[in-house]
Ligand binder design. Structure first.
Ligand code: MN
Length: 397
């Protein structure tokens, strides 16, 4: 049995990755089919529960790659995205996916200005598409687009009719990213308490709260979180897979059973494929997340990493780095030279540290190891001393 259906039975919290659909909808991002297949495999190896692979009605390459992904025999459920009409769903079924997302707007602003229709039309079309898909035996998520700006009573009515048509879950879309965690908790609690439906959080990061809102939804009883690798997605993006998984694990104590050690690999691959490099401060996988420069932090981490790290870098595929630069302290300098088998006295470390600081200010960056060695050589020259012996040769044999 696919891991998704196993998780359904067990009542686990599950990840629905939409890197290949919402992620690719990021303005200016296109994946080749080969990249899409690679990403699907990586997500499956990571342990993601459901992969939203794309939009079959687009036809051509898109439909072809969804068909290929669906035929891989992956452990993840493969879902395809549809508007609420039978034609779209038929294209999805032709791809051999086991799950479909059927999407239609539930907010009046979308119904009036985008669809230019009525609430009744929305309910009818949603119902017809869901009934058709259920008759064909696939898992159905009904996506309430712009749910966060919908009239609450109408959203409840919409949900009830979706349930009556056989929908397996409601994807609650914060399409324009206007939720905040307290409101999210209230709204999701009300939907679940009133209807008992399974809820997927689909949150956008317009105010930097996509991950926070997704977690608030989980607190309120939602069981599914829609995510993308690196938080790719429309505008400011979606909740990031790596952030959601690590926050659930470290802050909520919910272990999703994903291979977090593969995060860096996956995130770097998707960064390259999407042409969106990881910025240094990117939570979880940015190059700075385990880099310590300031004297106080580096000293703490060298004594016990838990002083300034919530989880270890190896857990997500990274390595700790002690950066030597303007903010370094002499303990870190000593430690760095010990790596080269050079034991500095306190006085030497403090002299070298002042040279490190001024070089770092001149260069406006921390120093490479080679540059540290040059500083050390210059220092010895100024002191008119021969270089200290490096590691005794016996040690290296
Ligand atoms: Mn979206």
């Amino acid at each position: 049995m696919k891991r998704f259906y196993d998780g359904l039975k067990k009542g686990s919290v599950m990840l629905v990755d939409t890197t290949l659909r919402d992620g690719e909808q990021t303005a200016g991002v296109v994946f080749s089919n080969r990249e899409k297949m690679r990403i699907a495999k990586m997500l499956d190896n990571l342990g993601v529960h459901q992969i939203e692979a794309g939009i079959p009605v687009m036809g051509g390459d898109e439909k072809e790659v969804i068909t290929q992904i669906a035929s891989y025999g992956l452990q993840a459920s493969i879902m395809a995205w549809n508007r609420a009409n039978i034609e779209d769903v038929r294209h999805s079924l032709e791809c051999g996916v086991d799950a479909v997302a059927i999407s239609i707007s539930s907010s009046d602003i979308h119904i009036t200005h985008k669809l230019r229709t009525s609430r009744e039309w929305v309910l009818e079309n949603m119902t017809r598409a869901v009934e058709y898909a259920k008759k064909e035996g696939v898992y159905v998520s009904v996506n309430a687009e712009d749910a966060s700006r919908s009239d609450m009573d109408f959203l409840i009515k919409f949900t009830r009719e979706a349930q009556a048509a056989g929908a397996d879950r409601l994807r609650f879309c914060d399409t324009v990213g206007v939720l905040e965690p307290f409101r999210t908790y209230e709204v999701i609690s009300r939907i679940i308490d009133t209807t008992g439906i399974e809820v997927e959080m689909h949150t956008h990061n317009d105010f930097g709260m996509a991950t926070a809102n997704a977690l608030a939804g989980i607190k309120a009883g939602a069981r599914f979180i829609g995510v993308t690798v690196n938080g790719l997605g429309e505008r400011a993006g979606n909740a990031a897979l790596e952030e959601v998984a690590m926050a659930l694990k470290c802050l909520f104590g919910v272990n999703l059973g994903v291979n977090t050690k593969d995060f860096l690999n996956l995130c770097e691959y998707v960064a390259r494929a999407s042409g969106r490099p990881l910025y240094p401060g990117k939570p979880i996988v940015g190059s700075n997340t385990f880099a310590h420069e300031s004297g106080i932090h580096a000293d703490g981490v060298l004594k016990n990493p838990r002083t300034y790290e919530v989880f270890s870098p190896e857990e997500v595929g990274l390595q700790r780095q002690i950066i030597i630069g303007k903010h370094s302290g002499s303990k870190a300098v000593k430690m760095k030279f010990e790596e080269y088998g050079i034991a500095l006295s306190d006085e030497e470390a403090s002299d070298i540290l002042s040279a490190v600081r001024s070089a770092s200010v001149d260069l406006k960056r921390p120093l490479f190891d080679k540059e540290l060695m040059y500083i050390y050589e210059d220092y010895l020259y100024e002191q008119k001393r021969p270089p200290k012996a490096q590691k005794p040769s016996g040690e290296e044999n």
